[in-house]
Design a protein around this ligand. Structure first.
Ligand SMILES: Nc1ncnc2c1ncn2[C@@H]1O[C@H](COP(=O)(O)OP(=O)(O)OP(=O)(O)O)[C@@H](O)[C@H]1O
Ligand SMILES: [Mg+2]
Length: 394
């Protein structure tokens, strides 16, 4: 197999596990982020800190290294440039078109709902408070207001009445990424659960699916996930069909984290990531034949992916920082946490903290002859996570 040069744009914890998968298959990885010492840089061959929105800096790094593949790990990159680069022959994963459409809630809503007819929540876009107020007549209350450009729940708020629109507008605009001054107003879905359906687009082969992952979010950020999520065959089939339709239209190769809300009688498409998904870290518990990072790599390089099967149940729980510090924290009580059978802790080694920054994840899995309820596994993952303590240096 060729030793490919992979340029990873964004070097967080998901990037780190992707680099480990790539290293194991003998690839060469250059990790890039806005700061040095980012998680994926600890395991990459080379690392650079640049502003990934800056066209000049991004072009320079691509010109200097001529990578075979450009693998974005975050949304905040100069996607117009990626489109140009793709035209010059570099492979952007999954495709420049997909990266471009998914970085912005507008692109993906228009494609999924308007072009493909996929079931989503009711929605409307607004570029001023007045437009938002008039959008509220069609969307109704309660509703969720989000910047069109944001992730991890940033700038997001739930509104229950007309009077709350102006505060929500301000929040969305202030916390929006980039120069965009546009928001989406989405009908609030009273879901009974939400899932991520990891979906794989292959170069030579059909679209594949992983067993569904259930998750809980707090303030728009994931706090725990589990696999498999118990759901009916019919709902699973519906989710798979929608996922397949959307990823096929987006084009490209790699793994996608396709998010759905499940209500009593419906499956509703929410959004998707054109890369491994944070809730998919549960696959690090050995829940399936290949974890989400190995699957991403195989799909990119065109390596065969035998049938993806569930090996055992698993759960994950995040470990967040509670303070801000310019130093890497010390993790203590790990010995106590790992006394719990079938548990592991993945520490990202981020060089600084801020309140609620994700610093590590605890994962647990079912033992070889054990039959556990998925809820109990989730509790166990949280128990492991809560035993881990962080000490901050000032
Ligand atoms: N229309 C909605 N109705 C009910 N809950 C919602 C709605 N939209 C978002 N949420 C809740 O907020 C969470 C985050 O929303 P969403 O995934 O759209 O934001 P995000 O900023 O892209 O987050 P991430 O980048 O972490 O995926 C959802 O997982 C869900 O729990
Ligand atoms: Mg999401």
């Amino acid at each position: 197999m060729k030793k490919n040069k992979i340029l990873l744009l964004g070097s967080g914890e998901l990037g780190k596990e992707f680099v480990i998968a790539a290293q194991r298959l003998g690839q060469y990885v250059i990790a890039v982020d806005r700061y040095l010492g980012a998680p994926a840089m600890h395991v990459a061959d080379e690392s650079f800190a640049i502003d990934m929105q800056n066209e000049e800096q991004l072009s320079q790094i691509i010109a200097d290294h001529s990578p075979d593949y450009i693998v974005p790990e975050i949304e905040a990159i100069n996607t117009e440039l990626l489109k140009k680069i793709e035209k010059l022959g570099a492979v952007v994963v999954p495709s420049a078109n997909a990266v471009n459409l998914t970085m912005d809630r507008k692109g993906i809503r228009k494609l999924s709902s308007e072009t493909l007819g996929i079931r989503t929540s009711k929605f409307a876009f607004a570029t001023s408070l007045e437009e938002l107020q008039s959008a509220s007549h069609s969307v109704g209350f309660p509703a969720v207001i989000k910047p069109t450009m944001s992730s991890s729940g940033k700038g997001q708020s739930t509104v229950h009445s007309y009077d709350e629109l102006s505060t929500a507008w301000e929040k969305a605009i202030n916390e929006s990424r980039g120069k965009s001054a546009e928001v989406i107003m989405e009908e609030f879905i009273h879901f009974s659960s939400e899932i991520t359906l990891l979906t794989i687009s292959q170069k030579n082969g059909e679209v594949l699916f992983c067993p569904p992952i259930g998750h809980t979010q707090r303030s728009g950020d994931y706090v725990e996930s589990w696999q498999p999520h118990p759901m009916s065959e019919e709902f699973l089939h519906q989710a798979q069909q929608m996922a397949k339709t959307v990823v096929t239209a987006l084009t490209g190769f790699g793994i996608w984290g396709v998010e759905f809300f499940l209500t009593e009688n419906e499956v509703i498409f929410s959004e998707l990531s054109p890369r491994p998904h944070d809730t998919g870290m549960v696959t690090l518990a050995g829940t399936q034949t290949l974890n989400e990072f190995e699957l991403h790599l195989r799909a990119i390089l065109g390596i065969p992916i035998p049938k993806i099967e569930l090996i055992r149940k698993g759960a994950s729980a995040v470990i967040l920082a509670s303070e801000t510090s310019d130093y890497e924290p010390l993790f203590t009580n790990i010995e106590k946490a790992l006394e719990i059978p079938n548990s592991s802790v993945f520490i990202f080694k981020k060089p600084s903290t801020r309140k609620n920054r994700r610093m590590a994840v605890a994962v647990v899995h079912e033992g070889p002859n054990e039959k556990v309820e998925i809820n109990n596994l989730v509790k166990k993952a949280n128990e492991v996570a809560s035993l881990v303590e962080l000490e901050y240096k000032k």
